[in-house]
Design a protein around this ligand. Structure first.
Ligand code: PLP
Length: 440
């Protein structure tokens, strides 16, 4: 008999999360110390900038006694919130200056999503998300119902896709599921694209019309890059939702923006993120929950120092964007060599969405989610990990997310291992792995 609550059992039964990730996160490939470890091309981290952050911390931070006390409050010290506001003023070009009172800091966007789930939704109410989408939102939002909106062949970054969301709202409500919010990820994970400005306006108007919240995750705002040779009519640049005169389109109670250190500032381990919102009762609600998610005072001190250091930050962002472009070009040319298709229009984030269908099976239309799961088992055997499409709520099986912001030799070897797995899939038809999948 279980000793857990229904909620606790729900989490326990959601899959053996530690078994799943220990091989990937704890048996990490290293050319010298662990060459037989797993090459992780599935976690979205800015690996090529990690050393720049630690070098900064080692050079600039000298902790004092008050850095290890409880600090100023679990919503983030005034100095940290002012530093986030200044950062957004500088890089997001907001229509109105960002006020530190409208910011609440937390231990990353993950915690903020969980708190938003608590504060905005009754259990079972709906959150609309694109498909594919960053795999963890589903867990982050806990008890509510994630509804993944198919774009049915429409460019989901354009205004044309709004009608898919409108239909999803109506269909959900017809099934008795009240939709409470739309979450947009801009720039998008995993597609690496930015939303058209007109589309952002339409999303605001749609949310206003249905009196639902619009949550915009801008965690990749500065992780944008240009691929030389891409024409001017190429990918759209990032435009923050804060750069609009949003009051024209949506009441301030309904609009919320997420940001953090994990991507643009290459420091997911700092566990620092924030929400911008002008909904004062939401701020009260999040502040009360913030006691469970208080950022470490030490990490606040590091975060403040980084955000206040304009010169260093400008150089860091410029170097990061240059390296992201270089890494993307390496990944693209390797994928071209292997004849693997990918979304060439991507211009943001640390990933490309790769199409492995033709390698997994000749008849691509017969590929099922079981095939995708079987291929993931094969990848495990070949000691390489890429994120599967099922986890990303893809519309069809066979697409994976390749995170390539790593040193070239590792990406090269990872793709070699991936290619070996694909060859094996082609020869064996993954019979053994399919049996394993069907037994579990
Ligand atoms: C779109 C998106 N939002 C949020 C997160 C998680 O952010 P944090 O590390 O701040 O919890 C991620 C991490 O991959 C992400 O890709």
């Amino acid at each position: 008999m279980s000793t857990l609550s229904a909620r606790g059992k729900g989490f326990a039964n959601a899959g053996k999360i530690r078994e799943q990730y220990e091989e990937i996160w704890a048996n990490v490939y290293d050319v010298n110390t662990n060459p037989s470890g797993t090459i992780n091309l599935g976690t979205a981290e800015n690996y090529v900038m990690l050393n720049a952050v630690t070098a900064y911390i080692n050079d600039h931070i000298n902790f004092k006694g008050t850095d290890v006390n409880y600090g100023e409050g679990p919503w983030g010290s005034l100095r940290l919130r002012k530093a986030f506001a200044k950062h957004m003023d500088k890089y997001f070009k907001p229509h109105r200056p960002v006020a530190s009172d409208d910011i609440l800091a937390s231990t990353g966007c993950t915690s903020i999503c969980e708190m938003l789930g608590f504060s905005l939704f009754e259990p079972g109410e709906g959150l609309l998300l694109s498909r594919p989408i960053y795999q963890a939102f589903q867990e982050d939002f806990g008890l509510l119902k994630c509804i993944f909106v198919p774009s049915k062949g429409i460019d989901q970054f354009s205004m044309d896709a709004i009608k898919c969301y409108q239909e999803a709202i109506k269909e959900s409500e017809a099934k008795g599921i009240k939709v409470r919010a739309i979450l947009l990820c801009n720039p998008h994970n995993p597609l690496g694209r930015c939303y058209e400005p007109d589309a952002l306006v339409e999303y605001m108007k749609l949310c206003q019309k249905y009196e639902i919240h619009l949550i915009v995750d801008e965690i990749y705002a500065l992780s944008v890059y240009k691929i030389p040779g891409n024409s001017n009519s190429g990918p759209l640049p990032f435009k923050s939702i804060l750069s609009f005169d949003t009051a024209q389109y949506i009441d301030k109670e309904y609009l919320h923006v997420l940001y953090g250190f994990s991507k643009d500032l290459a420091s997911g381990g700092l566990r620092l993120g924030c929400i911008w919102t002008q909904n004062s009762s939401l701020v009260d609600s999040l502040s009360a929950q913030a006691f469970f998610n208080q950022p470490s005072n030490l990490c606040e001190t590091i975060g403040i120092s980084i955000l206040e250091n304009d010169d260093w930050l400008d150089k860091f962002v410029a170097t990061s964007q240059k390296r992201l472009a270089e890494c993307s070009m390496v990944a693209r040319s390797l994928l071209d060599e292997y004849g693997i298709g990918y979304n060439r229009g991507a211009s943001a984030g640390f990933f490309l969405r790769i199409d492995l269908r033709q390698f997994m099976m000749k008849d691509v239309d017969s590929i099922t989610w079981d095939h995708e799961r079987a291929f993931q088992l094969l990848l495990k055997k070949h000691k390489v990990y890429v994120t599967d499409g099922e986890g990303l709520s893809s519309e069809v099986p066979g697409f994976f997310r390749l995170c390539y912001v790593k040193h070239e030799a590792e990406v090269r070897l990872g793709l070699e291992r991936l290619h070996e797995a694909l060859s094996e899939a082609g020869t064996t038809g993954m019979a053994e792995e399919l049996d394993e999948v069907r037994m579990t």
